[in-house]
Structures are given as C-alpha cells and as structure tokens.
Ligand binder design. Structure first.
Ligand code: ADP
Ligand code: MG
Length: 586
C-alpha cells in the first residue's frame, strides 16, 4: 500500500460534486434553490442539449456583492447559517454551502451578479474550480449563472447521463416541483429555445397547478386545510377520478422544501384506501408547515430527504386529513343523489345506476326494471327479431333518430325503437377488432416521441421480460434503457388521448397479481382487454355518421348484443308498448 496523503482541494471538490451534482437536473435544482433563497420573484431557466451543453438560471434576487463572489465558490461557504446550532432552525433551502463549489468543480461556469447597493455588477468565470475571470460589468440587480459543458472533466459521470431528451424531462420535472413550492414566484423554463413551462406567480397554488398540470387535474381538486399544534397541512389532492400509474404526481413540501418521503407518500396513499386500487396513485400537492425544531433537513447532500421527530404522530394525521377530505366529497355525492327526483317507473333510463353509490336506490331501481321487463327485452333472446334487425336489408332501413343523454343512440326500425348503448357498443366493437388483429398478428404500432420512460420494480421487470412477446403482439415496442428503466417507443395504434404511461404500469401491476403460474393466455386476454378499454376511453364523441358506422360494425359481429363484460348493448321497445304507455291501445 502506498502512503496516506491528504487529497488536494480540486479532488475534494470533485468528490463532493459527485454527491450534490448527479446530473444536469441537480444543477438546475441547486441554482433555483439559491435564487429562491435570494428572494427572487422571477426565475428563468434555459437549457440546451438536456443541460449538458448549457444551463442558464437567471434571477432578480438580492445578488452577490463583489467582495463576496469568490467566497461563495469556496466549499462550505454559506450566508445562510453560522454554526451547527443554526441547523435546528433552517428556513432557507440551502445551508451546506456546497452547491456552487461543486458545480464549479465539474463545469465551466460564468456568473454575472449585482446587488442593489452596487453601481456595477461582477462578472466571474471559473472552470473546473480554477478562476478565469473576475471583473466589473454593467448588470441588472440579481444573478445569472451560466453553466457550460457539465462534467467535461468528469467523464465517468458524463457517460451515465441519459439522452438529452430524458435529461431535459428530468429538469422539467424538477422545475415543476420547485415552482409549485413557490406560487408567488414566476418561473419560466425553455428547452432548446422552446418554452416548456411558465407559471405567472399569482401566489395562488391552484393557479400554479393549472399552469403545470392543466385543466383536467385542476378541475378535480379537493382543498386540504388542517392544523395541529406543531404543524399545519394545506394544499390540494386529486379526487379519485385522477388516477395515476406511479408516484410522480405526488408533490410533498415541508416548509416550502420539495421532499421525497416514502413515509409521507405512503401515509397519503393510505388516506385513499377504498378509492384507489393496487398500483394506482393519486395526485397530491401537500404543503406541510412544521416547527423547524421538529425536523432534520441535514440528512443528505441533495436535501430532498428529511427526518421528522417521532413524537409527532405525523403520518397518522396525514392519512386522516386526506381520508376525511375524500369522505367529505362522498357525502356531497350522496346528498345530490338523495335530491334527484325519484326515478319514474315508466322511464326507460337504464345506465347511470353503475355510478350510483347509493345502494338502496340502486336495488329499488333494479327491482323496477325486473318487473317491467317489456322495457329491456334483450334482443338476443328473441331470435326472430334478431335476424330481421341485423339483416342486410334491415340495416338499410335503420333510421337513426339521434342521441339520448349523450350515451344512447335511438334507432327506429320496423315498428320498434332500438336503444343502443354507445359505450358498450364501442367497447364491443373495439374488443372484437383488437382480438382479431392480435390473433391474426396484425396489430399495428404508433411510434411515440419522446418515448415514455418507466422505472420498474424487480418483479415488474421479470414479468415484462417473461411476457415481452405478448406486449409486442399487442403493439408495444419496449426496450431496456439501462438499469430498471425501460423506454416505451411504441404503443398500440388504437390508443390515443390516454395516459399511456399509467396504462402500461397498470397493465403490469394488474398482471403480476395473476397467480396462475404465468398462464400466458390469461395474461394476453387481460392485457388485450385493458388495451381495448383504454382505446374506448379516449374516443367518446361521435358524429351521426360515425355512430352509423359504429352501429354497422356492431351488427356485423357474431354476438353484437353483449359487451365484453356481459352487459347488453342494445335494448328494444315496440311501438305497441309505447302506445300502451300513452293509453292509446289497451
Ligand atoms: P448554500 O445555498 O448552501 O448557502 P451555495 O453553494 O448554493 O450554498 O451558495 C453559496 C452562497 O452563495 C449562498 O449562501 C449565497 O450567499 C450565495 N448565492 C448563491 N446563489 C445566489 C443567488 N442566486 N443570489 C444571491 N446569492 C447567491
Ligand atoms: Mg445553495
């Protein structure tokens, strides 16, 4: 063994950089956090080539005084705490004084900064921890950091970076998370000169959620507002209609710091018990404010982990507060159902019962339907009718009257009214088509760009590798992306307007629970039917012509009268029955 030697500063910095600066997204995170700590109200981020060639973060915060600039780049130099005691009361995002020295050690960095008090600002350039330029320059108040050629001197790290697109997505994700933590700050992110995200800094969390996640999620939010002695929880959670296939929609902030906490995530998910199935995850955006003396933020160099004092029954509170919020919604739902006028016995409404949770009402209605069998005589049970309604001549005579309740198509034929459930019909047609394509090995693929990247557990990974042939047959194109990550480059052609990532994770999640020694045919059926269901979900609004061709398609199937789940697709009322109801005939 050779002599023991103290490492030089450059090596120490590079080693430390390994912990803080894992990839371009970590640089962006640290620089944004500094800008937030500097009291900025506008933060602009621009990246090129996934942040590997250029990252520019600009803020209008307090700036760094000329006399402090060099110090800021020394390891463990910080203006945010003075001693270990202060660690108990950290309110800033930074406190370890490691980010700037780490970033400067592994990149070519340029800083332009000016404080309000200074006439001129400072231009500072540092390359691989070596100072290149230090001069005065005219500049606005605030700071702009430009990082070029990240990891140019740390090739092993560079080799592990993903494609610019993936790195760009990771940056986008971190900017989203950080902007949610500060709705009062206007954030802007552009990737390769294209605007990717902007929040306008109204100070309202809901506005911020809207700007990041869009209308669908914002429409389905439930507010959270809960206080206890040592902490309070505010924010929003998605109602159970917002179902996700992984945890990336779980946003947890503790004292305005974005944290990754398995414990808090689990506690929140537990609050959804009864609302979500296995492998389904909610949307949450929880702002937890907690007495700083009860948490430890100094757990990891990236400061994304925290420890919470065990004496606070913190997780329980989270579960309860979410569960209460969800049940609050439930109550409203039941109330409105109580208020709906009782369903008229003579009304031929069939469908919405499925969505009625109010079980008594459901039973009552089902009984009524049973009694009044004339109203839902299922065609398949009257063989003669079936033939005539389906025959080629008959189809020409079909008169489509229109759509009822956005769901049922009314068709007049002969002396009867036929009511076709669009959803059930669609499902049936697509199901049969898909199964046929799969059996004929003719299923086609749509390429997606950027590919969807999923991270799988070992069990999921095994399952995928064992059944990759089924996924391929159904139209998926999947390749390993390094480690446990997989890139989905193609998805079945008939799926659109659907969150393909959660669908895929749901498929895998559901299938690994099938305990039949990997019976391929069961797995194939399951995946095929999930894929069909997704195809239908994304495709609901039909024009009259489309409905006509849907009905035509339906009628050509061997068994058009039941959807894959066995529910009827078509019911019928004769003219005689209708006239009887109106008292025209006896
Ligand atoms: P930390 O954030 O943990 O203090 P950093 O290495 O990230 O450590 O930053 C070192 C110091 O540089 C900070 O404490 C702060 O005084 C100063 N600084 C860094 N970025 C900015 C910025 N955008 N605006 C003002 N000051 C900054
Ligand atoms: Mg910092």
């Amino acid at each position: 063994m050779s002599e023991i030697e103290l490492l030089n500063q450059e090596t120490i910095d590079k080693i430390a950089a390994g912990e803080v600066v894992e990839r371009p997204a970590s640089v962006v995170k640290e620089l944004i956090e500094n800008a937030i700590d500097a009291g900025a109200s506008i933060i602009t981020v621009e990246i090129e080539k996934g942040g590997t060639s250029k990252i520019r973060v600009s803020d209008n915060g307090i700036g760094i005084n000329n006399s402090e600039v060099r110090k800021a780049f020394l390891r463990h130099s910080t203006s945010k705490i003075k001693n270990a005691e202060d660690l108990n009361f950290v309110t800033s995002l930074g406190f370890r004084g490691e980010a700037l020295s780490s970033i400067a050690a592994v990149s070519k960095l340029e800083l332009i900064t000016k404080t309000e008090d200074e006439m001129l600002g400072t231009l500072y350039e540092i390359e691989g921890a070596v100072e290149k330029k230090f001069e005065e320059i005219g500049a606005p108040d605030g700071s702009t950091f430009i990082i070029r050629d990240l990891f140019y001197n740390t090739l092993p790290r560079k080799k592990f970076l993903k494609s610019p697109r993936t790195e760009g997505n990771l940056i986008s994700e971190i900017v989203e998370k950080l902007s949610l933590s500060h709705p009062e700050i206007a954030f802007q992110l552009s990737i390769d000169k294209k605007n990717r995200l902007s929040t306008i800094g109204t100070g309202k969390l809901k506005d911020c959620i809207y700007q990041i996640y869009g209308k669908e999620i914002t429409k389905n939010l439930i507010p959270i507002d809960f206080s206890e002695n040592a902490f309070n929880i505010t924010g929003f959670i998605g109602n159970p209609s917002v179902i996700k296939g992984n945890r990336s929609y779980e946003n947890i902030y503790v004292n305005e710091r974005f944290v990754k906490s398995n414990k808090i995530s689990k506690a929140a998910e537990e609050g959804y018990t009864g609302f979500l199935m296995q492998h389904q995850y909610p949307f949450i955006c929880l702002m937890i404010d907690i007495d700083t003396s009860l948490i430890d933020v100094n757990v990891h160099p990236t400061k994304m982990e925290i420890r919470i004092d065990n004496s606070v029954n913190f997780e329980e509170y989270i579960t309860d507060c979410i569960s209460n919020a969800l049940h609050g919604i439930e109550d409203i739902r039941e109330d409105t159902i109580n208020e709906t006028p009782s369903i008229d016995k003579k009304s031929p409404v069939i469908e919405p019962y499925e969505t009625i949770r109010y079980s008594e009402a459901k039973e009552e209605v089902e009984d009524e339907i049973k009694e009044d069998t004339n109203y839902h005589e299922i065609l398949s049970e009257t063989g003669g009718e079936q033939l005539s309604f389906l025959s080629e001549e008959a189809v020409k005579e079909h008169k489509i009257i229109g759509q009822l309740f956005d769901t049922y198509w009314l068709v007049e034929f002969d002396d009867s009214l036929y009511i076709i459930d669009q959803h059930a019909a669609h499902e049936k047609v697509l199901y049969e088509k898909t199964i046929k394509l799969i059996n004929d090995k003719r299923m086609t693929t749509q390429q997606i760009s950027p590919p969807i990247i999923v991270t799988l557990s070992s069990a999921e990974e095994d399952f995928l590798n064992d059944n990759i042939d089924i996924f391929n047959e159904i139209g998926y194109e999947i390749e390993n992306f390094g480690g446990k990550e997989y890139a989905i480059n193609g998805i079945p052609d008939n799926i659109y307007n659907v969150d393909a990532k959660s669908l895929f994770l749901e498929m895998i999640g559901d299938c690994i629970n099938i305990k039949s020694g990997y019976d391929k045919s069961i797995i194939k059926d399951k995946i095929a039917s999930m894929s069909c269901k997704a195809a239908i979900k994304g495709n609901m609004n039909l024009t009259v012509d489309e409905a006509k061709s849907l009905i035509d398609d339906l009628l050509q199937l061997d068994n058009p009268f039941h959807c894959p789940h066995g529910r009827p697709t078509i019911i019928k009322m004769t003219q005689y029955e209708i006239e009887k109801k109106f008292g025209r005939t006896l």
